[in-house]
Unconditional design. Structure first.
Ligand code: DON
Length: 311
């Protein structure tokens, strides 16, 4: 992908201003519960924007690779909706905000299903659905589709994958409880293996912006012109990102920022301004809820400055 960088626009000015305002904030902590995530440079910070017209711009460390982590949950959900159909997916995972932390060990008591696909329990269930549907090809299907959304060939970080696979006891525990509850059809090991792999895919802030622009452009990558996701799956995914994408911060996010988004403990946030723009930020210091501190500040600033809130 070669970014189309034109003359400074209002968006570029707003992105620079948001960057300058947030850059000195050193609050928050790196995620350390996956040992390999603690090895990144804490001060990295980048903001990238990609329009549905194919225009891409960035400020700061927008080409630094980091693992996509939980942002993968939104895209994997989109793939599952398309491949398996909405009813099959809904039979396994709800669409209700949980108000709980991303790694909470809690299911919807009425249905015995995970609350939504953005918390770990729901995401592991979605990975299980993909593992069942695609067998040994499942990771390739996911990697191909993520790559098509980003407009370039992505790769997985083997070291982060191994680090999480060796230490992810809580996620394995959640997967066993899902199996026990009847929500997870797949083999526990297959589901968590795919989940850990998809979380370990390397992206940049620019990739997140282009992926966001693909969702904003109802599934067609505006840089490559390729049809990546089906319209209905995009609509359903954006709805769940809006209500659940920022975990137990989702209400505040919807109130202040007002665009569908998904964060990851690698430090990325992907946001979607419907029919207009994808936004990708990277800054690895996280707040207590696992969301990037400077990423949140940048999104708040940008959407306020540019009037991007959906309401
Ligand atoms: O489940 C995990 O621990 C990670 N691989 C992904 C979690 C994550 O990114 C939560 N996001 N804020």
């Amino acid at each position: 992908m070669s970014p189309n960088t034109g003359p400074a626009s209002g968006l570029e000015t707003a992105a620079r201003a948001a960057f300058e305002r947030a850059r000195d904030d050193q609050s928050g902590e790196l995620a350390t519960y996956i040992p390999e995530l603690a090895r990144v440079v804490p001060d990295r910070f980048g903001i990238a924007l990609a329009g549905v017209d194919g225009h891409v711009l960035g400020v700061g460390d927008v080409e630094v690779p980091f693992t996509i982590q939980s942002i993968s949950k939104a895209l994997a959900y989109c793939i599952a909706l398309e491949a398996l159909g909405r009813d099959k997916v809904l039979a396994h995972v709800g669409v209700e905000p949980s108000g709980d932390a991303f790694n909470a060990i809690v299911f919807d008591a009425l249905s015995n299903r995970p609350f939504n696909p953005m918390v770990n329990a729901g995401a592991i269930t979605v990975s299980g659905l993909l593992a069942e549907a695609f067998g040994a090809e499942a990771f390739d299907v996911v990697l191909d589709r993520f790559s098509a959304a980003a407009g370039r060939r992505l790769v997985m970080d083997e070291t982060v994958f191994r680090s999480e696979a060796q230490t992810g006891h809580r996620n394995r525990g959640i997967a066993h409880l899902l199996k026990c509850a009847g929500a997870l059809g797949a083999d526990v090991d297959d589901a968590v293996d795919l989940y850990f792999r998809q979380c370990s895919i390397l992206v940049t802030a620019t990739d997140l912006a282009v992926m966001g622009a693909t969702l904003a452009n109802i599934g067609e990558n505006p840089l490559t012109g390729s049809a990546v996701f089906a319209v209905e799956a995009v609509r359903n995914t954006l709805s769940v990102m809006f209500t659940c994408g920022m975990y137990d911060f989702a209400g505040n996010w919807a109130f202040d920022v007002g665009v569908p988004a998904k964060s990851g403990v690698g430090g990325g946030i992907l946001g979607v301004v419907n029919r207009q723009l994808g936004i990708g930020t990277y800054s690895p210091r996280l707040d207590a809820k696992g969301n990037s501190v400077r990423g949140i500040a940048a999104f708040r600033d940008l959407t306020e400055e540019m009037g991007l809130h959906v309401f």
